[in-house]
Write a new protein. Structure first.
Ligand code: ZN
Length: 380
């Protein structure tokens, strides 16, 4: 891990895909162009984004997840036993069609535009999930690099669709065993390849506590039946801790948010971190990357000595936060955290879905610039 300044500025992962890359991804998925042609379009965009982050003064850069359809669906391209299905396709196979249609209505997302990776066979790592992307990034920047991966709980919940999965894994816990193995292999490889920061995305944790009793409100946990929230959270903690166990030489974080699929804040979940705190504290990771720019996230609090990736800009709003407002948010966090424990980031990704970015490239850049300005003032 390379040294970082105080209040390092980074992003949560995704960046709006340039139209050329989004189009190349569509063509690649329809098998109209080959991987080499897709990579040429994506490589150029990643290099441009790395230069932009460097010029803006971003301390930990990412590849913007530009090669991914969304933050977790891309695994379908890398793992045997996983098929990318749109929500519309899933509607065709699920037994509870009425319930699934109600879910689609609550999402404010066109069903054909969002794809989910569904387990339809035994999981097998065919290609690296992110290690080859990391190698590419490291060839084109000297900056510390963050790599994002879907967390094991999210991935298990998203991939387990009983009607399609049970022939290979009778329960989601059985599927989780292989998900943990795949992510752990990837994490070890990323650490060996010199990743500075690996972030596991577990947005679905908030759905467990903020939408109990409601069915399937969160797009990426489509169908797996829920038990008691406490049991689900215990499962999530144990899966994450097994993925990261004894992995050293890389900063590991977990990102939690309340949804980033719509700019309509009223469709997203709401509630403070208190009901999750006891579980988040038990995670064997250095940092929690949390949204706080949105009021839906409630009040600041400490989590047993962990670093805080403090969400200070909202990727779903066009108004660019001022450096002064960001500085005030950090000063507020200094009530609970030492200066060396606070990183600055947006609440969530600027892109999320290749076909449905939350932000434009220009506004995302302006927001990163505001964080950099605030960090420089704070360091002064
Ligand atoms: Zn998020």
């Amino acid at each position: 891990m390379r040294p970082l300044p105080l209040f390092p500025v980074t992003t949560v992962g995704s960046w709006p895909r340039p139209p050329k890359v989004a189009e190349a991804l569509r063509q690649f998925r329809r098998q109209r162009i080959d991987r080499g042609e897709f990579d040429r379009a994506a490589d150029a965009a990643v290099i441009e984004l790395l230069e932009l982050q460097q010029n803006l003064g971003c301390d930990i850069v990412t590849d913007g997840e530009l090669r991914r359809d969304n933050f977790y669906s891309f695994v379908a391209d890398k793992l045997d036993g996983v098929r990318l299905m749109t929500l519309a396709e899933m509607l065709g196979v699920v037994e509870d069609k009425a319930g699934f249609e109600r879910l689609l209505q609550t999402l404010d997302v066109p069903a054909y535009s969002i794809s989910s990776p569904i387990c339809t066979g035994r999981l097998q790592r065919r290609r690296a999930l992110a290690a080859d992307d990391l190698r590419f990034v490291r060839r084109h920047t000297d900056r510390p690099v963050k790599v994002t991966l879907p967390g094991p709980y999210l991935l298990t919940r998203a991939m387990f669709v009983s009607e399609l999965t049970r022939a290979f894994y009778p329960t989601k816990e059985a599927l989780a065993e292989d998900v943990v193995a795949v992510l752990r292999t990837e994490l070890v490889e990323l650490a060996a390849e010199g990743a500075d920061f690996v972030q596991f995305d577990e947005p679905v944790l908030t759905e467990v506590v903020f939408a109990p009793g409601r069915t399937r409100t969160f797009m990426c946990s489509a169908l797996a039946a829920r038990r008691d929230p406490a049991e689900e959270l215990d499962l999530a903690v144990s899966l994450i801790n097994r993925v990261v166990e004894d992995v050293r030489d890389v900063r590991i974080g977990v990102h939690v948010c309340r949804g980033n699929w719509s700019r309509d804040e009223t469709t997203l979940l709401s509630g403070g971190y208190q009901p999750l705190a006891a579980y988040l504290e038990r995670l064997d990771v250095a940092q929690l990357v949390l949204e706080y720019a949105t009021e839906r996230a409630g009040d600041l609090m400490p989590f047993g000595g962990k670093e805080l990736g403090l969400g200070v800009v909202n990727p779903r709003a066009d108004a660019v936060e001022s450096a002064a407002a960001i500085r005030m948010a950090v000063e507020d966090a200094l009530r609970f955290y030492a200066p060396g424990q606070i990183f600055l980031n947006p609440d969530c990704g600027f892109g999320t879905f290749s076909s449905r970015p939350m932000s434009s490239w220009a506004i995302a850049a302006a927001k990163v610039g505001a964080m950099v300005a605030a960090a420089r003032e704070l360091r002064g």
